[in-house]
Every structure is written in C-alpha cells, then in structure tokens.
Write a protein that binds this ligand. Structure first.
Ligand code: HEC
Ligand code: HEC
Length: 108
C-alpha cells in the first residue's frame, strides 16, 4: 500500500472515529415519554418497526438503552438492562407493549 493511500485511510478513520467516544448517545433518539402511552410503543412513534415481534432484527442490543434520553422521568437504565433478556424479544413487551405484533411461541 502506498503512503498516500495509507494517509487517506488514516484520515477517513479519524473522521469516522470523531463520532465515537465523545458523541452524545441521545442524539437522534426520540423521547419515548412524549406520548400519553409512555413507554408503550404506539404505531405513530414506531412506524418503521410496527407489527413486528423481531425486535433484534433492527435494534442491536449494544445500541439501545445506552442512556436515559427521556426528559420527564429518571430511569435507572442499568437495572432495566438487567431485566431485559437480550435473547428473547418477548422480554421487551413488559415495558414497550406488544408493538402491534402477534406474539407466539414460534415467532418469538
Ligand atoms: C423493522 C425494524 C424495526 C423492528 C422490527 C423494531 N423496531 Fe423499534 N424502532 C425502529 C426504528 C427505525 C426506530 C426509530 C424511530 C422510528 O423511526 O420509528 C425504532 C424505535 C424504537 C423505540 C423508541 C421509540 C421512541 O419513540 O422513542 C423503541 C422503544 C423500540 N423501537 C422498541 C422496539 C421493540 C420492543 C421491538 C420489538 C417488539 C422493535 N422496536 C422492533 C425499527 C424497528
Ligand atoms: C423494564 C422496562 C424496559 C424493558 C423490559 C425494555 N425497555 Fe426499552 N426502554 C425502557 C426505557 C425506560 C426507555 C427510555 C430510555 C431511553 O431514552 O433510552 C427505553 C427505550 C428504548 C429504546 C429507544 C431509546 C434507546 O435507548 O435507544 C429502544 C430502541 C428500546 N427501548 C428497545 C427495547 C427492546 C428491544 C427491549 C427488549 C429486548 C426493551 N427495550 C425492553 C425500558 C424498557
């Protein structure tokens, strides 16, 4: 690899990682408590994922519940994450409701 392409890769790498570490985990995270239903998902606030019980297809476990991004409440995200079963999306319904999905043993 030429020094020039090494340099390009270095610059691209630092640009990408400028976003890591220092970034606020709540940037781009909507305040889920804004609806009267609170933590329960509504169709309007969850259009992209409504009707699905396959939460982990879209939500990577290391990317959500990183910080409390709500204004009106003070959640203890550490204890919440202890309750959540990262292999079982049906553990999400306790707080977030059924997401308009049909939950059954075979769909998980
Ligand atoms: C097809 C992809 C997809 C699936 C499947 C999905 N989601 Fe989502 N979810 C999203 C996206 C994208 C957002 C960001 C908000 C938006 O655009 O709807 C989101 C947002 C959320 C939010 C935040 C809503 C808010 O107003 O702050 C919660 C909570 C959530 N999802 C939980 C779940 C749970 C629980 C499941 C499984 C029952 C699930 N999601 C399945 C794509 C998905
Ligand atoms: C014990 C209650 C509880 C359970 C169970 C729970 N959540 Fe949450 N969830 C919360 C709270 C409180 C918030 C709002 C805090 C915030 O802004 O991140 C939240 C926010 C979210 C968000 C949007 C904000 C973010 O942090 O990205 C997503 C996505 C989400 N939950 C997905 C899930 C999924 C998927 C499951 C199941 C594996 C799940 N939750 C189970 C309490 C819970």
């Amino acid at each position: 690899m030429s020094p020039a392409s090494r340099f390009v890769i270095y610059v691209l790498g630092s640009l990408l990682c400028g976003a890591c570490g220092s970034a606020d985990p709540c940037v781009g995270v909507a305040d889920i408590m804004e609806t009267p239903q609170g933590l329960i998902l509504t169709e309007d606030e969850h259009q992209a994922g409504w009707g699905s019980s396959q939460c982990f297809t879209c939500h990577q476990i290391w990317r959500f519940h990183v910080a409390d991004c709500t204004e009106s409440m003070d959640f203890d995200m550490e204890s919440i994450n202890e309750m959540v079963d990262v292999e079982d999306p049906s553990s999400c319904t306790v707080c977030h409701g059924d997401n308009g999905a049909h939950w059954s043993a075979d769909t998980g």
